[in-house]
Write a protein of this length. Sequence first.
Length: 649
Amino acid sequence: MSSVRAARPSTSDPAGRPSERHLSSVPRFLLWQAARQPATLIGGVVFGVVWMLCQAVWPYLLGRAVDEGVSGDSARLWLWCGALLGVAAVQAVTGMLRHRMAVSNWLRSSLGVARLIGYHSAETGPAITATTSSGEIVATVSTDSLRLGAMYEVSARLCGGVVAFVVVSVIMLDASLPLGLAVVIGVPAVAALLALLLRPLRTRQAVWREESGGLTTLGADTVVGLRVLRGIGGEHEFVERYARQSQRVRSAGVGVAKTQSWLDGLQVLLPGAFLVFIVWFGAHLAVDGSITPGQLTAFYGYATFLVLPLRTAVEAAQTFTAGVVSARRVLSVLRTRPAAHDTEETAEAPAWGSAIEDLASGVTIQPGRFTAIVDADPDEAAAIATRLGRFDDAVHREAPVLWGGVDHTRVPVREVRERIVVSDANPHLFGGRLLDGLDTLPIRDEEYTDTATGRLRRVSAALDAAAATETVDALPDGVHERVAERGRTFSGGQRQRLSLARALLTDAEVLVLIEPTSAVDAHTESQIAERLREARDGRTTVVVTASPLLLDRMDTIAVVRRGRVVGTGTHQSLLRQEDDLGDLYRAIVSRTISAAEPADGEDLDAAWTGSIDALWTATHPVSAQRPEKTKAKKSKRNRKGKSDAAADR
């Protein structure tokens, strides 16, 4: 809601978004992600298979070379040695390419999923924070996306290992059926024993991931409220909570490490014991004359080589075990639907310059005019303004908004975002170069599309209108200064003015500003009031404010009470009105209305404790005469404790 408008499709936008069908299960989502990077995945599999086959044929070539050397045939010995050299060269090249493809697969999938979560979080807005903590989202991007990417990295090696295992099994069975069967049966048996530890490992990894996400959430929430914690002396309580959660994460991590250590140890012990058995069994077959010394050497090489596919299979099982847990976390985030989303029954966007009507309150925004919404409760006025931007379709079921006579929940969300911009009262500045954070959208005006000077001219004009020029000029690099996270180096008033400049740069058809000057002094507020009118002259602008300086420049002011419009007019006409509406308006504008709003039938003037004389003098020329109050109003002011002299003026 902080002056964010949907950007048009660009190269930075993900190539595609998963449909609900793709998000229905982990396998479908993984296949969808694989379809986004087919070239690198296929290349990784091809190079992985060739690389593994090169290692698989090494024992065969070495065994033939040994047999030829024992027989004394030097020519054939050199032939097999040359074949070994050629295979080594191919293995080196394919190994390099396989590694490049593996890293590419990992980066493409990890960063692709991370970007997808980022875009989805930005689009869903409040809907995602209502169901998922900020720390959980951060953990999903920083941890789960990397683990999910590792699944695609190991997949090429796994495919190569499977193919190599099949080829080697055929070769061994052809050379010696007993020894071949021992290897073909023994390797899967060892893998099955190792797989017994994968289930407890996955369970403990899930527990660790849950606790780690809780720790990240606690840290993120604390950073946001650090100033409040210091103010109320809650730092000690936070330290204790963080320490307890850290210990839970440490305990869960130790549990994962214990299981992992057993798995790593058995990966060395079991294949080693299996190799000892193969050597012993093969030696007996060689002594009996069932196989040649070269075949014994080859079988030992095969058995040694098969340890590599075995470890790759165990590594892949571990990776997929952790990856499935992470994929479920990713899906839980991506399944969150935006609070505002397109429906099947969409309508055409209204014509440019259409009026907007909030049916629940009765507020009507006429095109091309400055309209202010004033309410004794600022939150009620902000709620009306927020509804104009359509951020939660559930709200509009009870409070529909008509845009050009059309329910704007039927208008495509992108169209609403591009044409209606809402700038919140609590703006956030994004980290990075200030210029990029202010001018966030593609430039429409052809005059400025090709030059950096034109862009700077637009930004400079917006900064001047928002009275933020001095703030930017004070920065060492001006608009090219790098902004810290959330713009924390700026004061509240500076952030508010920079956010106003950002909103003006959108050049929106309808610009909604919620308390745009609440954090600035009176002199700056006066500048903004004057320049805002010039910057948005002739375009639809809605302002939620109780500032007399801004209200005096509005075309229409809608006075709202308990969520309904009770009257409209200009600033001066409302100040002069001698009725309940005038009393309510003066009470609101004076900013001294009592905390409890009068109940039905209660005297409205009793809620007002300010000075009408001071208000009139502040908002009108010296020569202007304050209108006379009726005797009835004088008596009311007397009951409020006003002096007789002041009442009779």
